[in-house]
Design a protein around this ligand. Structure first.
Ligand code: AMP
Length: 397
C-alpha cells in the first residue's frame, strides 16, 4: 500500500479536479521542442477525464516577473491537445470569474488549462489568499508535478492543505521508484555521483555515504577527491579549496561503512573539445598541462565488476565531459552495463538530476533503466535526503 494518497483513493466523477502538472517544456520558434513532460502527465489527465471528472490543469511556465506573452501557457495548448488527442480549453487566468465560468461551462471529462500560476506573485509566496482563490474553482487537488515538489508554492503545496489532495499517476510512479532506490532499497546499494563540481553536491554526498554501500565518484568531482588524496591532477577541473571537505566526506563514509570508489585511470587531453589528441594514463600520470576528461578503461571495468554485485543503483551525473567524444566513453559503457543488468531483472536502477537524463539518452538507455527522473532540483533534493514539501503534503496521516 502506498504511503501517499493516490488516485486510487479519490472519487473524481462529477468533481472539479485541480491537477498540478509540469508543462515547463522547452520551446523553439514558438513550438514545443521536447514533449517528454507533456507525455508524462497524459495518464493522469486521461484517467480523471475518463472517470468523469472535470480536469483543470495548473502549471507554471518559465520565470515570469508578472504577466507576459513569452511565458503564457497558451503556446503549449496545441502540443498538449495533440498529445492528448482531445480538445483543451485555455483560460487566460488561473483565478477569478473567468475560470469559474469556464469550469461551470465545461462538461464532465473536459480538459481545461489555466494560465501560468506564476503570473501571480502569490504562487511562489504560497500566499493563503491566492491558495483560496485557486481552490474556489476546485473540489479536489491532484499533484502530478514531482519536478516542482521541492518548492512550497501555492500550486505545489498550499492547495494540498485546503482541498482533499492526491498524487497523480506520474508522481506516484516517481515516488515508488525513488522509494525503491534509497528509502527502502534491496542491498547492496551503489550510488554513482558524477558531474562537474563537488561544491554543488556536498549535501548529496553527505546523505549518500550514510545510505549506500558503495559510492562511485566520477566526473570533475572525482578530481577534487583525487587531489585531496595527494594526486596531481594537472589542469583538470578541480576545486582545490574543497580538499578538506573531500577528506571529511571520506571519513564520514568510512565511519558509516560506505566504500568510496575513485577512478584509477583516466583519459587526459590538453584541449577541452571533441576529438582532441588524448592519452590513457593512470590517475597519478597526469602531466601539468593535461586535463582529466573521462574515466579510463580500468576504472570502467572496476565499476562494471562492482555493479554485478549490487542490487540497487542510484545515479546522478556523468563520468566525464560526455558532450565531447570520446569523453562519453565511461558514461556510455557503464550505462549500457546497467541497462543489461536491469533487463536481466538483477538490478533496480534509478537515475536523474541535471545532465543525467541527457547522458542516459546519449547512451541510448533512458527507457531501459528502472526509472529515469526528468526532475532536476527535486531529484537532487531527494538524493540529499531532504523532505519535499509538495510530496510531504500528500502523505497519508
Ligand atoms: P552536473 O550538472 O554537475 O551533473 O555536471 C555535468 C557536467 O559535468 C557535464 O556538462 C560534463 O561535461 C561535466 N564534466 C564531467 N566530467 C568532467 C571533467 N572531468 N572535466 C570537465 N567537465 C566535466
Amino acid at each position: 500500500m502506498s504511503a501517499f494518497r493516490t488516485l486510487d483513493d479519490a472519487d473524481v466523477a462529477g468533481k472539479r479536479v485541480l491537477v498540478r502538472v509540469d508543462l515547463n517544456v522547452p520551446m523553439e520558434d514558438g513550438q514545443v521542442s521536447d514533449t517528454t513532460r507533456i507525455d508524462r502527465v497524459l495518464p493522469t489527465i486521461r484517467e480523471i477525464a475518463d472517470k468523469g471528472g472535470k480536469v483543470i490543469l495548473l502549471a507554471h511556465f518559465g520565470r515570469p516577473k508578472g504577466r507576459d506573452d513569452k511565458n503564457s501557457l497558451k503556446q503549449v495548448v496545441p502540443a498538449l491537445a495533440h498529445a492528448l488527442g482531445r480538445p483543451v480549453t485555455f483560460v487566460e487566468d488561473c483565478i477569478g470569474d473567468d475560470v469559474a465560468k469556464a469550469v461551470t461551462a465545461a462538461k464532465n471529462g473536459d480538459v481545461l488549462l489555466l494560465e501560468n500560476t506564476r503570473f501571480h506573485a502569490g504562487d511562489e509566496k504560497n500566499d493563503p489568499d491566492f491558495v483560496r482563490a485557486i481552490a474556489a474553482n476546485g473540489d479536489l487537488y491532484v499533484n502530478d508535478a514531482f519536478s516542482a515538489a521541492h518548492r512550497a508554492h501555492a500550486s505545489t503545496e498550499g492547495l494540498a492543505h485546503v482541498l482533499p489532495a492526491y498524487a497523480g499517476r506520474t508522481m506516484q510512479a516517481e515516488l515508488e521508484a525513488l522509494s525503491a532506490g534509497l528509502d527502502n532499497p534491496a542491498r547492496p546499494v551503489m550510488a554513482i555521483v558524477g558531474g562537474a563540481k563537488v561544491s554543488t553536491k556536498l549535501d548529496l554526498l553527505g546523505n549518500l555515504v550514510k545510505k549506500v554501500d558503495i559510492l562511485v565518484i566520477g566526473g570533475g568531482m572525482a578530481n577534487t577527491f583525487l587531489a585531496a588524496r595527494g594526486v596531481n591532477v594537472g589542469k583538470s577541473l578541480c576545486e582545490h579549496d574543497l580538499a578538506g571537505t573531500a577528506r571529511e566526506i571520506e571519513e564520514k563514509a568510512k565511519a558509516a561503512g560506505c566504500e568510496i570508489l575513485l577512478p584509477v585511470d583516466a583519459l587526459v587531453a590538453r584541449e577541452f573539445k571533441a576529438h582532441p589528441g588524448y592519452r590513457v594514463v593512470p590517475v597519478d600520470g597526469v602531466e601539468a598541462d593535461e586535463m582529466i576528461l573521462d574515466a579510463g578503461p580500468l576504472s570502467i571495468a572496476e565499476v562494471v565488476l562492482r555493479l554485478g554485485k549490487v542490487k540497487t543503483l542510484v545515479w546522478n551525473g556523468p563520468f566525464g565531459a560526455f558532450e565531447l567524444p570520446p569523453f562519453d566513453t565511461a558514461t556510455v559503457a557503464v550505462a549500457k552495463a546497467v541497462a543489461k543488468r536491469v533487463a536481466a531483472g538483477e538490478l533496480v536502477a534509478v537515475a536523474g538530476g541535471g545532465d543525467t537524463v541527457s547522458a542516459m539518452n546519449h547512451a541510448g538507455v533512458a527507457d531501459e533503466l528502472t526509472y529515469v527522473s526528468t526532475a532536476g532540483g527535486a531529484f537532487l533534493e531527494w538524493m540529499e535526503g531532504k523532505p519535499l514539501p509538495g510530496v510531504e503534503a500528500l502523505r497519508k496521516a
